[in-house]
Design a protein around this ligand. Structure first.
Ligand code: SIN
Length: 312
């Protein structure tokens, strides 16, 4: 065992289905998320008993209700634990529904050198065959791995990076994938088999950028292009007052004539606009004169990127 493998892993609980409870063991959908404490999740995995771990409950929510204040708390807490020399990595238990957004947010704000591994479950802890305990064990193994770095997602035996990871299934236990198919690695019996080397991450935005009271964060909304999209949703949003719009365009980020006109008008009123795609994978290529592209970011991650820019 290397010295890195003996370092302390801090587990931060935030809720989700991994901490969910149902009335009966054969019920995998009619459960309540965020019921069990992180200590209980750790205690349910006998193999974790021999590990150097510390567990803290940071939040207890269904991740559909994740909010900016919790993100602030999480980012600060992760940064504080990572700064402890004895800590080798941090694991976060989370709900699957917005996990990819939290992963992207933490990567952009902290771009940590030490690993921050987010995990979750599709089945509640009370399930006949819960997936949470194995995912948690895998996440701790990844956090202990000497080659792990940055914000990663350990789920269903795979390791993903924060930018590529997406929830792609609403029910199955292999619910996550990398947008362009690039899984970073596999966890096999406690060992990580790396398949890809990651590129150098972009510089951290830093905690100072997210200091502003969460209530005052810029308002950025997502709209979608579709058959019959006429831009009226954009007019309604602009009338309410907002700071940015991400459009989930069709194909290479294309938008209807009406949607384009509405977005250009929004721009002329000072609203920042980013063009993403509603496709499951692939980038939006920039074209001369086109609305600005969000590159390969999914609409929800482009929204975070724009929000972080607008926080300057
Ligand atoms: C949640 O996202 O908190 C609930 C759903 C899940 O974890 O699968």
């Amino acid at each position: 065992m290397s010295s890195k493998q003996q370092q302390l892993v801090v587990i931060l609980g935030t809720g989700g289905t991994i901490a969910g409870r149902a009335e009966s063991a054969d019920d995998n959908v009619g459960y309540t998320a965020a019921q069990l404490g992180v200590e209980q999740l750790v205690a349910a995995v006998p193999a974790l008993a021999s590990r150097r771990l510390e567990a803290h409950q940071l939040a207890q929510l269904d991740s559909k209700d994740m909010d900016f204040a919790t993100w602030q708390l999480l980012a600060r807490c992760v940064a504080q634990h990572l700064s402890r020399p004895e800590v080798g990595g941090v694991v976060i238990t989370h709900g699957t529904d917005t996990l990819e957004e939290t992963a992207y947010f933490l990567q952009r704000v902290l771009a940590p050198v030490k690993p921050v591994v987010i995990t979750a479950a599709m089945r509640p802890a009370t399930s006949l065959v819960p997936d949470g305990p194995q995912n948690l064990l895998d996440a701790v193994c990844v956090a202990n791995d000497r080659y792990a770095s940055g914000v990663l997602v350990a789920f269903g035996g795979s390791v993903f990076d924060a930018e590529q990871v997406r929830k792609v299934h609403s029910y199955r236990v292999d619910a996550f994938a990398a947008a362009d198919g690039a899984r970073l690695g596999l966890v096999e019996e406690g060992e990580v088999r790396w398949l890809l080397r990651t590129r150098l991450p972009r510089e951290a935005i830093g905690l100072a950028r997210i200091e502003r009271d969460a209530e005052q964060w810029p308002r950025v909304q997502i709209v979608m292009n579709h058959v019959g999209a006429d831009g009226s949703i954009v007019h309604a949003l602009v009338a309410q007052g907002l700071d940015g719009i991400v459009v989930a365009g069709t194909g290479n980020g294309t938008v209807s004539t009406g949607m384009e006109a509405a977005l250009r008008e929004a721009q002329s009123r000072g609203v920042r606009v980013l063009r993403s795609t509603r496709c499951d994978a692939g980038p939006v290529m920039d074209l001369p004169g086109a609305l600005p592209s969000a590159g390969s970011l999914s609409p929800v991650k482009a929204r975070i990127e724009l929000q972080l820019e607008l926080l300057v």
